[in-house]
Design a protein around this ligand. Structure first.
Ligand code: HEC
Ligand code: HEC
Length: 205
């Protein structure tokens, strides 16, 4: 081959490589699911992505340990049943002889494995147990919005509970040796309020 031909050959090879790389990066980008960049985009579609954006907090063990199946609280990141056979009781505050408040105070006790605490530390009552375990995102969303399951809260009362209630706030300050919920509080509040502003849409089933 003459020198000129070799140069032409090399140049075409480089060009082909370039086109292939372009094509590949483009198709890889096209394969990504569409991520709404602005809340307004999700709000317009009303598809519940605004709820999914903060549901990881509700699903964290800090919340699920009081919002799970069974007539007892749970403990730890693995959600094992509360030791010492603690029960929900008639009101959620335990049975007569072992009330939650026997051990749990209105603040965390310092030290690993000592009882955490917040004002009103208890389980939801048996008549309205607010169990989220086993629910899909759609069912969880419908459940916390349902006045028959959330103690008659409307959306703004629900949002207030989610962003200000002392038991909920505990999830950001759960005491020594416990992992806090996964989204910083100001970010979580902002996401909950974006969801509210869009009409609190739930994901499709
Ligand atoms: C006899 C004492 C005692 C009683 C009564 C008691 N607890 Fe506890 N609880 C503890 C201790 C101690 C821990 C911490 C265990 C650890 O960190 O290893 C704990 C942990 C928990 C946790 C786990 C927090 C987490 O995310 O890991 C929950 C939830 C809980 N208790 C709820 C309740 C509820 C609700 C009641 C009443 C129905 C109750 N407890 C009654 C002693 C008690
Ligand atoms: C120590 C137990 C406990 C923990 C921990 C806890 N909750 Fe609750 N939760 C309750 C009780 C009790 C009620 C019922 C209170 C009421 O109706 O006023 C409740 C009610 C709720 C409700 C309204 C009812 C519903 O299901 O719609 C929401 C929302 C909620 N909790 C969110 C959370 C979130 C989010 C976390 C974690 C950051 C959390 N909770 C952690 C005990 C707990």
């Amino acid at each position: 081959m003459k020198k000129v031909q070799i140069n032409f050959f090399l140049a075409s090879l480089i060009l082909c490589g370039f086109i292939a790389a372009l094509w590949f990066s483009h198709s890889a980008a096209a394969a990504e699911p569409p991520v709404p960049t602005k809340p307004s985009a999700a709000a317009a579609s009303g598809d519940g992505t605004l709820f999914v954006a903060f549901v990881s907090v509700l699903r964290s063990p800090r919340c699920m340990n009081c919002h799970s199946k069974g007539d007892f609280p749970r403990q730890g990141d693995d959600g094992h049943p509360h030791t010492m056979n603690i029960r929900r009781g008639a009101t959620g505050s335990g049975v007569t002889s072992v009330k939650c408040s026997t051990c749990h105070q209105d603040h965390n006790l310092d030290g690993a494995h000592l009882p955490p605490g917040a004002p009103g530390w208890r389980l939801p009552p048996p008549g309205m147990p607010m169990i989220w375990q086993g629910l899909t995102d759609a069912q969880l969303c419908e459940s916390i919005k349902d006045p028959k399951q959330n103690r008659n809260r409307n959306v703004s009362q629900l949002v207030e509970h989610l962003t200000e209630d002392k038991l909920v706030m505990w999830g950001w300050n759960p005491g020594e040796g416990r992992t806090p919920v996964p989204i910083p509080h100001d970010e979580f509040s902002a996401k909950v309020k974006q969801w509210q502003a869009a009409g609190a849409p739930c994901p499709a089933n």
